[in-house]
Design a protein around this ligand. Structure first.
Ligand code: ATP
Ligand code: MG
Ligand code: ZN
Length: 255
């Protein structure tokens, strides 16, 4: 027998049919608890009044994030721009570019490349932390983690949107802001190359904000990727030539 508390199924053939708010969710008159509204371009966008859909989206992308206790502490404020007691123009430029990207990522790409330990991941994490605090559905993920999540989806015998290969790929392609770290650190194969191309080409064509950090000179990527990464119309490419921070004497690091 159906108890009173059991949720009723609603026929959604009528788009104006009332929708219950759901346990713990706010009643919203702006979207009628549908959590999405029709945007200017005709597509659906998260309702800004109740913010429920955006929170769902943030949770959905965060499930794949490479965030850790280390990255949560990596901020713009603790990124040091001095080297051997002197201000470093390169480090300052990289910090500025990352701050600028984080302030207004729309339509921007930022590519940081350089040797081990020069601070690329620190700046990726700082952008991630900043955007997360601004309530943006940002995905900070390393290329090996991204490929691992896709490979796992191939092994999973399940078909929910979150678990399917195509669902995961869509999450990566459409994240409001994508921060792709350690590009080029993956074991490259024709499959991983095609994943990377599909991902970056989609975000390139949609002009979706993307930050990339890599050890590899952008010129050394597949020419189709190299060309998109270095489109001067909207992409800033910076070489971080600072020495390995991990090898700097402790007294220079402060804190
Ligand atoms: N300018 C800096 N100020 C403060 N900490 C820094 C700076 N540069 C690097 N670090 C710290 O040094 C460590 C290594 O930096 P990071 O992980 O950002 O290097 P990376 O460029 O990503 O290197 P890899 O290519 O090996 O991934 C981190 O703990 C980071 O917080
Ligand atoms: Mg790194
Ligand atoms: Zn709403």
């Amino acid at each position: 027998m159906m108890s009173e508390a059991e949720p009723r199924l609603f026929a959604r053939s009528d788009p104006d049919a009332p929708v219950p708010a759901g346990a713990g969710l706010p009643d919203c008159t702006a979207c009628g608890n549908k959590r999405f509204i029709v945007g200017a371009a005709g597509g659906l966008k998260p309702c800004p009044s109740c913010d429920v859909a955006l929170t769902w989206r943030i949770h959905a992308v965060s499930a794949f994030s490479s965030r850790s206790d280390l990255t949560r502490g990596q901020r713009f404020a603790n990124f040091r721009t001095s080297l051997d007691g002197e201000e470093s123009a390169v480090l300052r430029r990289c910090l500025r570019a990352a701050e600028k990207f984080a302030e207004a990522p729309d339509g921007q790409w930022l590519v940081l490349w350089g040797e081990r330990g020069c601070g690329k991941s620190h700046l990726c994490a700082a952008v991630d932390n900043h955007l997360l605090a601004m309530h943006v559905a940002v995905l900070y993920i390393t290329m090996p983690d991204l490929l691992g999540a896709l490979r796992q989806a191939m092994d999973l015998d399940r078909n929910t949107e979150q678990e399917s290969y195509s669902g995961r790929m869509r999450t990566f392609k459409t994240a409001s802001v994508l921060i792709l770290d350690d590009l080029g650190a993956e074991n490259s194969s024709p499959w991983s190359d095609s994943v990377l191309f599909e991902l970056l080409d989609y975000r390139y064509r949609q002009r979706m904000p993307t930050m990339i950090a890599t050890n590899v000179d952008p010129d050394h990527f597949d020419p189709r990727i190299a060309s998109r990464m270095q489109d001067k119309a909207f992409s800033v490419v910076l070489a971080n030539t600072a020495p390995d921070y991990r090898r700097r004497p402790k007294k220079e690091r402060g804190g």
